[in-house]
Design a protein. Structure first.
Length: 146
């Protein structure tokens, strides 16, 4: 399927980021937990196409993701952001406005996240502007302990 290969490179970058144990400013990050994870990580990738895809609407969704979804137990890596509109290679899938990537330490951690009140509130407050939502969940080996 055209465009599906474009998902491989971001996943490789995410896994590379997960192996880091400190952020650029020296503070501890959730990536510390990867050294304690023995099973596979669950990568939860969500692509939102918005009805109103103005810069303000995109910013509202990204801000909502950081407000409601980032502070959850079991998250190893979190990222939400607008599609890079100037980056349009032949292999890029352009049918989204905002991408959300969360790497969980386990499938159980992702299952617990799905039923939290903040996750439900994120959906309730922002879903009216969603034209489509595509979710891709995949497993990846935990980075080796350092």
């Amino acid at each position: 399927m055209p465009g599906m290969r474009s998902f491989i490179f971001p996943i490789v970058l995410i896994l590379s980021a997960c192996s880091a144990s400190n952020s650029a400013d020296g503070e501890e990050t959730n990536a510390e937990t990867t050294s304690e994870v023995s099973g596979p990580l669950l990568t939860h990738s969500v692509f939102f196409e918005l009805k109103d895809n103005s810069p303000e609407a995109i910013e509202a969704l990204v801000d909502g993701a950081y407000k409601y979804l980032e502070p959850h137990d079991g998250i190893v890596y979190f990222s939400a952001g607008a599609r890079h509109t100037d980056y349009q290679r032949e292999v890029n899938d352009l049918a989204f406005d905002v991408a959300l990537t969360i790497v969980f330490e386990s499938t159980d951690a992702q299952d617990a996240y799905q039923v939290t009140e903040p996750h439900k509130q994120f959906i309730a407050e922002l879903e009216d502007n969603w034209a489509s939502v595509r979710v891709f969940d995949s497993l990846a080996p935990a980075p080796p302990a350092r």
